[in-house]
Design a protein around this ligand. Structure first.
Ligand SMILES: Nc1ncnc2c1ncn2[C@@H]1O[C@H](COP(=O)(O)OP(=O)(O)OP(=O)(O)O)[C@@H](O)[C@H]1O
Length: 296
């Protein structure tokens, strides 16, 4: 088991601090990195993969700087970038063998490993079909398979659930949960439901900073008491929407049922309701330092 340690990591692009003071220790398990577009997730992942160098701070694996580990570190690493390029005319088998060759894996080993991985990601039956005929979900699974070719102990997946349909999401979750038992799996998304239930630890990023970390239950517990349900006439919805963070709304007869995340009661008849991870995410990214929560 490896320990990946980030201490006060900063990445500055010219004028822009994309990652600021990021300190965290990863051990085996599934980590869900949540943040809006531009929060710094991709930059953080590229730093962890050694593709980018931090402007400040250190990243070590088992107490050795990853920049000093070179090939040894790359052997531990599996990476699925956000815009992963596929060769449409390659079949799945050919593509994975090609990626194995790029990773300099011995040919005999690669052959067996490719078959194992096709089984793992449930693409064995279509392994001889060209990738251009694959659905988005199937391509993402091939992306995960290529990241695992070298039996990576540290698996970094950048927005791996983008474009997956609900059935594919379930399948994806099952694969990730099983992978997290034996390695570090870090996956980024801005869709909360993608990491609900599968992440052992949630990391929330905003403007380059790690603003909250913890188990799903811990993160949700923070906002118990801050999530309200109220039923209002439709004409009041817009005003409330401008003033508060509305996490959900549903028509209920002539009225609208609103779910509001706020640290003060938004209106007299609002009742506290059970919080979810989505509410916690909205609280940290939008309520804190966001919309004003002045008393109505
Ligand atoms: N090469 C670069 N040069 C300058 N600024 C950059 C560069 N790459 C990213 N940024 C900026 O750094 C910030 C963080 O970007 P990053 O891509 O890491 O965020 P993200 O959370 O992964 O967002 P997304 O989900 O859209 O990929 C953004 O403001 C982005 O515009």
């Amino acid at each position: 088991m490896h320990e990946l340690n980030l201490v006060d990591v900063q990445k500055r692009y010219k004028e822009k601090d994309a990652v600021i003071g990021f300190t965290f220790t990863f051990t085996n398990g599934v980590y869900g990195l949540l943040g809006e577009n531009g929060a710094g997730k991709t930059t953080l992942m590229r730093l962890i993969c050694g593709i980018l160098q931090p402007t400040n701070g250190s990243i070590t694996c088992d107490n050795i700087r990853i920049s000093d580990m070179g090939a040894e570190y790359r052997q531990l690493l599996g990476y699925l970038p956000q815009n992963f390029g596929y060769y449409g005319d390659f079949t799945a088998v050919r593509f994975l063998n090609y990626m194995a060759a790029l990773k300099a894996l011995p040919r005999d080993y690669a052959k067996g490993r490719v078959e194992e991985l096709l089984e793992l990601v449930d693409l064995k039956d279509v392994k001889n079909k060209k990738l251009k005929t694959y659905s988005g979900g199937m391509l993402q699974r091939i992306g995960i398979a290529q990241a695992l070719l070298n039996e990576a102990d540290i698996l970094i997946l950048d927005e791996p659930t983008a474009g997956l349909d609900p059935k594919e999401r379930v399948r994806f979750r099952n694969i990730i949960s099983s992978l997290g038992k034996k390695r570090i799996v870090l996956l980024s998304t801005h869709i909360v439901s993608d990491i609900e239930y599968i992440a052992d630890c949630i990391l929330m990023m905003k403007n380059g900073e790690l603003i909250r970390q913890g188990t799903e239950n811990e993160v949700i517990a923070d906002v118990q008491g801050y999530v309200w349900k109220c039923v209002v006439p439709e004409c009041e919805v817009q005003g409330l929407n401008e003033k508060y963070v509305v996490s959900n709304l549903r028509n209920s007869g002539e009225n609208v049922e609103l779910r509001i995340v706020s640290d003060i009661q938004p209106m007299k008849n609002a009742e506290i309701t059970e919080a979810t991870l989505e509410d916690a995410y909205l609280y940290y990214t939008q309520v804190l330092g966001g919309k004003n929560n002045a008393v109505v």
